[in-house]
Design a protein around this ligand. Structure first.
Ligand code: NIG
Ligand code: FE
Length: 410
């Protein structure tokens, strides 16, 4: 049945069909209608406008959103949300001054998650991940990118990809799968040997089986070089797969240039950025994805969002949800961090977490804004003063209802 949301205090993020992402300047504003209605038919947004202009609609279920704000669901374009186990021991070590890299050098970090994932079955991993993602949907996430990278072997990576495929089939939200086989070097391999396995066996086989939407690599000192990044991205391009790159988290080692040169869809992290990285990004269509949850949790620098904006470089924000560097996928908290720590306005942060997030996973043609024909993934907030309450009440749950494909989830 059709659904009609009425008396909406403010319907925000209204965009034309042809907008795929927002420029840095456009991120300043959030087009909206006060006292609005929104009509949903066949799971899609079919009409919206002012309450005073509503026409009579028969056979429709009505939701009254008096004093509530309606916005598109969050588009979380960077997560590692398929994992198992817990790394709170590392968190405690870090509080006592041990760094993320030192923990990794001692066999913890990504390699610990890899041991944990390889010790459980595909079914166990699927059900555990499904539960976790169902919680994210209740926080307002309507589209989600999920990376592999904890398998670190042919079978382990394949298991993760199969789990992501099952999640796509069993959950109502939009999910994109990113192959991050080159996330770390497993213990029993020399780097070159493992990287060849990723390039020559995993990538072509997994691509052939249509398990991969994007390819990623951890371009960082002691992990994979800018040259490795170039080789992987070019190979992915040959297979028709776009790249999303982990780059400049701790060091700037040339990965931004390589990513832009090979037409990567996104460059993610950028906690460390230099002038030449900025100049390269300025002239590109590659979108940065900033991950303030990771800076918060690891206690590292926050990405310089203001510098990107002043150089007219737009970006998305995402959760980076993973057990090591950002164990929360709650995008409401990420919004607060983006305002509080990246010094964004609420408008900029919401734009970064919706339409630009959708673009950063190739989904802005069907989600990320209130646009006729897009899927009806919307958040109805509780009764709030204005959109500024969303980042302001950082620990509160201000979600009243979530609609995914027009269906009420909560
Ligand atoms: O984005 N830096 C690389 N990958 C993840 C962390 C993965 C982990 O620690 O398990 C990140 O922060
Ligand atoms: Fe990440």
């Amino acid at each position: 049945m059709s659904k009609l949301i009425i008396n909406i205090k403010e319907l925000i993020q209204i965009r034309d069909r042809n907008i795929s992402f927002l420029s840095a300047k456009e991120m300043d504003t959030l087009p909206s209608i006060n006292n609005a209605y929104l009509l949903i038919e066949n799971g899609k947004i079919s009409e919206f406008g002012k309450m005073s202009e509503i026409s009579k609609i028969d056979n429709v279920e009505t939701i009254d959103a008096k004093n509530k704000i309606v916005l598109p669901c969050w588009c979380d374009s960077h997560t590692h949300s398929v994992y198992t186990g817990n790394r709170s021991d590392e968190y405690l070590q870090r509080i006592n001054g041990v760094s993320y890299q030192e923990i990794a050098n001692n066999g913890g970090g990504i390699l610990k998650s890899s041991r944990q994932i390889n010790s459980i079955s595909e079914d166990e991993l699927f059900f555990e991940s499904k539960n976790r993602i169902e919680k994210l949907i209740k926080y307002g996430t309507g589209s989600l990118e999920i990376k592999t990278g904890y398998g670190l072997s042919y079978d382990g990576e394949l298991k993760m990809l199969k789990v992501i495929k099952r999640l796509k089939e069993s959950l109502p939200i939009q999910i994109k799968s990113t192959f991050l086989g080159a996330h770390a070097i497993p213990k029993n391999y020399k780097k070159e040997e493992y990287f060849r396995l990723v390039l020559d066996e995993m990538l072509p086989d997994f691509a052939k089986d249509e398990l991969i939407d994007f390819v990623d690599i951890f371009c960082e000192k002691n992990y994979f070089s800018a040259e490795d990044t170039k080789i992987l991205c070019n190979k992915a391009s040959e297979l028709g797969i776009a790249s999303k790159i982990h780059v400049n988290q701790f060091n700037s080692i040339g990965g931004v240039k390589v990513a832009v040169d090979c037409g990567a869809l996104s460059v993610d992290h950028l906690e460390v950025i230099n002038k030449s990285d900025i100049n390269i990004l300025k002239q590109s269509k590659t979108i940065p994805i900033l991950l303030p949850g990771c800076s918060f949790f690891l206690g590292i620098e926050y990405a310089d969002a203001k510098k990107l904006l002043s150089n007219e470089i737009p970006f998305a924000i995402a959760s980076d949800y993973n057990p090591g560097s950002s164990p929360s996928g709650n995008m409401n908290f990420i919004l607060s961090l983006a305002c509080n720590k990246l010094k964004l306005t609420t408008e900029q942060a919401i734009n970064a977490a919706t339409i630009n997030g959708a673009y950063a996973m190739g989904l802005s043609y069907k989600t990320g804004s209130i646009t006729k024909g897009k899927i009806a993934n919307v958040v109805i907030t509780s009764e709030i003063e204005s959109i500024n309450d969303l980042p302001y009440f950082y620990g509160d749950n201000l979600v009243d209802k979530i609609l995914i494909n027009g269906e009420e989830i909560i």
